[in-house]
Write a protein that binds this ligand. Sequence first.
Ligand code: NDP
Length: 328
Amino acid sequence: AKTPVTVTVTGAAGNIGYALLFRIASGGLLGQDVPVRLNLLEIPQAVKAAEGTAMELNDSAFPLLESVNVYDDANKAFAGTSVGLLVGARPRTKGMERADLLEANGGIFGPQGKAINDNAADDVKVLVVGNPANTNAVIAMQSAPDVPNDRFNAMMRLDHNRAIAQLAAKTGSAVADIKKMLVWGNHSADQYPDVSYATVAGKPAPELVDSEWLDSYFVPTVAKRGAAIIEARGASSAASAASSAIDHVYNWVNGTTEGDWVTGGVYSDGSHYGVPEGLIFGLPVTSKGGSWDVVDGLEISAATQAGIDHNIKAAQEELDAVRALGLI
Ligand code: NDP
């Protein structure tokens, strides 16, 4: 059998955590031959609830699940971690200013980044799910100077998967027939879902759908899908977010499919599509041997460039606010 891998999930007692942990324990995150040690991190008030989830994980008797431990101390929770899923975050509540939201999250992702820096395994990979995910990922990355920057990702995969689902429905095709979908930028209303390079059963997507549908239906539907789920379900999306986090890490660790790419919120070194160095940004990526490669050389239309630029500006403004607060 392979060596067990330690996986840490923060916000483990939350909605996404509840959907995520059982998929990890059943082998969906790393593979059906990889034993997992699960570390659950929660704030003290939620430790009891996380212990309840741990009891259910044990009761499920997953053959791959070696151990489950619950912590309220990040240094302990990240000891020896190879995969960190940073889900717990301070949600925006009514009347909350952006500065308050960023400050609260800086107080979470800064210390967690440091705990990862000081305690995690050398091969640690971190996916930030908690919002504002792209900015929280930068805060964690900046707080972990000994960990390579490209080990910090933000989740764009749910946006990517939502975009695939919409295009499949519109074209009456199977999701498996859709390749090279892309959502540039941030996991926020600013994101730019882009079918320019997508194919549907080998045919270029732009030949199958008109620009009126793209601009007035596809882009806003994908970007505002979270609100539509809340409206319909009476609670925010959780299982789809968990499923997409699984997809992201699975591809990061085990590689992407030949002839396709995925959208990853990955570290920008400044050499791709004008995205400045230091942002964590939705880009087309392939993975091999446990690390991402940005797909370069795509032809960028004026509309796509405008979408990218809009996201760069939004990401920079948020980071400027974080810097002004002294959080990085
Ligand atoms: P969820 O589990 O539903 O969501 C957690 C985070 O994921 C939120 O920031 C949420 O953003 C974000 N998210 C990203 N993508 C999506 C998506 N597509 N749909 C929905 N959410 C998305 O939140 P809960 O309130 O149920 O649980 C949070 C848990 O985190 C609580 O148990 C809390 O105690 C814990 N927590 C733990 C911390 C720690 O471990 N140190 C720190 C802070 C909180 P959004 O708010 O925008 O929906």
